[in-house]
Design a protein around this ligand. Structure first.
Ligand SMILES: Cc1cc2nc3c(=O)[nH]c(=O)nc-3n(C[C@H](O)[C@H](O)[C@H](O)COP(=O)(O)OP(=O)(O)OC[C@H]3O[C@@H](n4cnc5c(N)ncnc54)[C@H](O)[C@@H]3O)c2cc1C
Length: 398
């Protein structure tokens, strides 16, 4: 009987983990099933480009995983019973249960529409493909001179404001941020950002707390009304509530609390990776939701599962930051080099070289995820135990 590994979510981290597991373990020993609500891979890091009118390259999972041994299920995960080791999915044909021996939870995140009145009703988002396409449709119908407000001064908000301003110089694009513009960047990084926003004509409302979104405007804590024919809400990501509804230990954010090997601290047969995981990086700081830290977590989980099933010691995959890559339209960018725990250092790269560097980084990430056949190892060790042997929580954290 095979050991059943079920991977939930085929985004950057789930697809990488599934490909790596199938490439490292023997098909007679394990089955790897990858579940996603969508039939194709969504390059999420490019969704601001989608909003500005650049469609994503189609990458169907059937083609990506052909010949890898990974079993694909197009289905929406609606619940998990971690005590019965079963996942409930809904498909066009109805509801089904999928049993597992090892579960990899990689359902990613969506936009954070909670907390501020009017966001869910009146704002647009770019955290998911459907939202980015809706925003693109809306922008395409927007007449020249109309105001667009991007709320959120994190990397996604910065990229989004620059991308829209460059693609539609006839619109009045503004960015509202609670902090100062680029506060977490180096001095040189901040200066470059200001220069680019000036050149693109983006108005910046700094130290501005948006407290309400209405049709046609946003309202701020000090009572100011900022006109907004379109509001884009980019204040951060929130995870799906599926994990929180289980007996898994989750953080206040709803992310699954994992050890250094990405294994749940409460349920040893469950691993969480990417945005869905509450994992500590250098300096014991929680990893930021990003591809940059998500891909190593997927690699770590796949290595740990392989090692544990084959009787080896899980290796420690490096989890650290090197840079923050920010696109500022198609022809400019900012590469902010950082410490291992993600604090800006003075070194930066700007302009066209930075745009090229960012483009290469995006391509490399997508390439690594969409070529699972290349993860196949010639020598694959035998699995010692096909059925999972439950261990006390945290007992084998590396
Ligand atoms: C516009 C934008 C720009 C970004 N730029 C960068 C960047 O420059 N650098 C960087 O490091 N990070 C960036 N990020 C963040 C990065 O995209 C995420 O951190 C990364 O995608 C997380 O990977 P993941 O595998 O955890 O989740 P995802 O890539 O989101 O994958 C989750 C998968 O789960 C599936 N799924 C979700 N719910 C269900 C369900 N109920 N049932 C079945 N399937 C489901 C989804 O379809 C998806 O395929 C950006 C994000 C956005 C939105």
């Amino acid at each position: 009987m095979q050991h059943r590994i079920v991977v939930l979510g085929a985004g950057y981290t789930g697809a990488l983990a599934a490909g790596r597991l199938a490439g490292r373990l023997r098909p007679e020993d394990v089955s790897v099933t990858l579940v996603d609500a969508e039939p194709d891979f969504v390059e999420r890091v490019r969704l601001h480009e989608v909003a500005a009118g650049r469609p994503l390259r189609p990458r169907p999972y059937r083609e990506m995983f052909a010949g890898t041994g990974v079993g694909l299920r197009t289905a929406r995960v609606t619940g998990i019973d971690v005590d019965r080791r079963s996942v409930t999915v809904s498909t066009a044909g109805g509801t089904e249960e999928l049993g597992y021996d090892t579960l990899v939870y990689a359902l990613g995140s969506g936009w954070d529409a909670e907390g501020v009145p009017g966001v869910a009703e009146h704002a647009h988002e770019i955290a998911g493909r459907a939202g980015a396409l809706r925003l693109h449709d809306r922008l395409a119908r927007l007449e020249a001179g109309r105001p667009v407000v991007v709320v959120g001064g994190g990397l996604t908000g910065l990229e989004c404001a620059a991308e829209i301003a460059e693609a539609r110089p006839d619109l009045q694009v503004a960015l509202a941020t609670r902090e100062g513009l680029g506060d977490r960047l180096s001095d040189a990084g901040r200066r470059h950002l200001r220069r680019v926003f000036r050149r693109l004509g983006v108005t910046v409302h700094e130290h501005t707390d948006v407290t309400r979104v209405e049709a046609g405007r946003v309202l701020t804590a000090d009572g100011t009304s900022i006109p907004a024919a379109v509001t884009v809400w980019a204040t951060g990501f929130a995870v799906h509530t599926i994990a929180k509804a289980t007996t898994l230990e989750v953080a206040g954010t709803g992310q699954i609390v994992v050890d250094r090997t990405m294994r749940s601290v409460s349920h040893p047969e469950v691993y969480a990776v990417g945005d869905a995981a509450w994992a500590l990086g250098p300096g014991d700081k929680p990893l930021r939701m990003s591809c940059a830290s998500g891909l190593p977590t997927a690699w770590q989980a796949a290595e740990a599962i392989t090692a544990r099933l084959t009787g080896a010691t899980p290796p420690k995959v490096p989890l650290r930051y090197v840079q923050q890559c920010v696109s500022l339209g198609r022809a400019d960018g900012l590469i902010q080099f950082v410490t291992a725990d993600d604090r800006a250092v003075p070194a930066i790269l700007t302009g066209r070289p930075a745009a090229g560097y960012k483009e290469l980084t995006c391509k490399a990430a997508a390439w690594a995820v969409t070529h699972p056949r290349l993860l196949r190892r010639r020598h694959r060790p035998a699995v010692r135990e096909r059925r999972h042997r439950a261990e006390p929580a945290g007992a084998s954290a590396a």
